[in-house]
Design a protein around this ligand. Structure first.
Ligand code: 7TS
Length: 411
């Protein structure tokens, strides 16, 4: 493996992940499942523990010094997220529970206000269920229809027909930046430009993109961008919706309660401005601060360096796995991020996953919450290895050795 940038010191990085140093089935743990959930490095865990031990209270509540300090830490994390994706303003950064909740917020708040019977919602063929089901629920409620941008056998979107797919009735485009099941990196900027030229609102699912690629929402020029903390070396329970200010301002709140109001009376209730309008109730404060710490951690490693490392490791893994007889990689797009899905002739993915697990190798086997992708690729399921900045060539070699064992067992 070689990278143009100074390579990451994976041994030093791994030392910051207690779980990776803990024996697993009496073996070294090889974690190739960061697309399911990234592991958290010690500085992130410690930052959250520090908040819980010494800073814990509620935010945006009253004048107590503790509450003001917790609010400052919480809002600093929002600023870190803003800078991380180069959003113009922290008013455009809404905390959610994750990508799923962020996408539901758009479908419920923007969608229910703007979608009418006969409208068309355009989605790509490689969406995660989180960017399908909320739109199906909306379409069913409103009498709208869903159209799909198809893909080829390699797992690349077929964009030649995009101009015809977008009609005068198309209101919204839902598009994943990186496919969780195939690894494809979609040309989001070009697709957004086309959609925008036709007045279509663009909703980008960035869950699998932010851990691997530097993301700039101003450059992408999308209207919404969603991602989860736990795939970005942060905790579960926190996610982000970036939304263009004009759109967010025009959208109604979707959850009501404390924190999101200016005043409440029996006669009339008025709402906070952005971002509070979309953040009813007590937020996951430690998780938000933890996500801020995760962003600091990644920035210190260097986002470009991480991207180069991940790309080199994926190339090595692709070459090594391709050499295994009877193994077929599902998702062979030219532009890919750190996901390697495959099927092994005559062996069910769940059996592959279980045997790898016994060998100390964690992968995901199944449909990856992308059943339409499995149907398109004509496979019931795949085994998926996903790589990140703490993985190295030895992890890939361990995977290959274990896969050869699987083949031996199944003859
Ligand atoms: N979008 C994409 C592209 C994803 O990969 C996932 C989670 C989600 C949305 C939902 O994120 P959540 O944090 O709200 O649950 N993907 C996976 C996966 O690939 N395996 O397990 C979860």
């Amino acid at each position: 493996m070689s990278t143009a940038l100074a390579p990451l010191d994976t041994a030093r990085i791994r030392a910051e992940f207690p779980l990776l140093a803990t024996p697993f089935h009496e073996r070294k743990l090889v974690y190739l499942d960061s697309a399911v959930s990234g592991q958290m490095p010690s500085p992130v865990i410690e930052r959250m523990a520090h908040y819980e031990r010494f800073e814990h209270t509620n935010v945006h509540r009253g004048v107590s010094t503790l509450s003001q300090e917790a609010t400052d830490r919480f809002e600093e994390a929002r600023e870190k997220v803003r800078a991380f994706i180069n959003a113009p303003s922290t008013k455009e950064i809404i905390w959610t529970r994750g990508t799923t909740e962020a996408l539901n917020l758009v479908a419920q708040s923007w969608g229910r206000t703007n979608i009418q019977a006969g409208d068309e919602l355009l989605l790509s063929a490689m969406e995660h269920h989180a960017n399908i089901v909320p739109w199906q629920m909306l379409a069913a409620e409103k009498g709208a229809t869903i159209k799909v941008i198809p893909m080829n056998d390699e797992g690349e979107l077929l964009l030649d027909g995009l101009d015809e797919l977008i009609t005068g009735r198309t209101k919204v485009l839902g598009l994943t930046h990186v496919s969780n099941a195939l690894g494809t990196i979609n040309p989001v900027k070009a697709i957004v430009a086309k959609a925008k030229a036709r007045g279509v609102v663009t909703v980008i699912d960035g869950a699998q993109a932010v851990p691997h690629l530097p993301v700039d929402v101003r450059d992408l020029d999308c209207d919404f961008y969603a991602f989860s903390g736990h795939k970005l070396s942060g905790p579960t329970g926190i996610g982000v919706l970036y939304g263009r200010k004009e759109l967010l301002e025009a959208m109604p709140p979707w959850h009501g309660g404390g924190n999101m109001i200016l005043s409440v009376s029996w006669e009339k209730t008025t709402y906070m401005g952005l971002p509070g309008k979309f953040e009813a109730g007590t937020p996951p404060i430690a998780a938000a601060i933890g996500l801020g710490a995760a962003i600091d951690y990644l920035a210190a490693l260097g986002l470009e360096r991480i991207a180069a490392h991940d790309a080199a490791l994926l190339a090595y893994a692709t070459e090594q796995l391709s050499a295994i007889p009877g193994l077929r990689i599902i998702g062979t797009a030219k532009a890919k991020a750190s996901v390697l899905s495959f099927v092994l002739d005559g062996v069910h993915s769940h059996d592959v996953g279980s045997i790898l697990d016994h060998e100390g190798i964690v992968v995901r086997a199944g449909h990856h919450c992308a059943q339409p992708v499995m149907a398109r690729m004509k496979v019931p399921a795949t085994t998926r290895a996903s790589f990140t900045y703490f993985n190295d060539a030895a992890d890939v070699d361990a995977l290959v050795a274990a896969l050869l064992k699987v083949k031996e067992i199944f003859g």
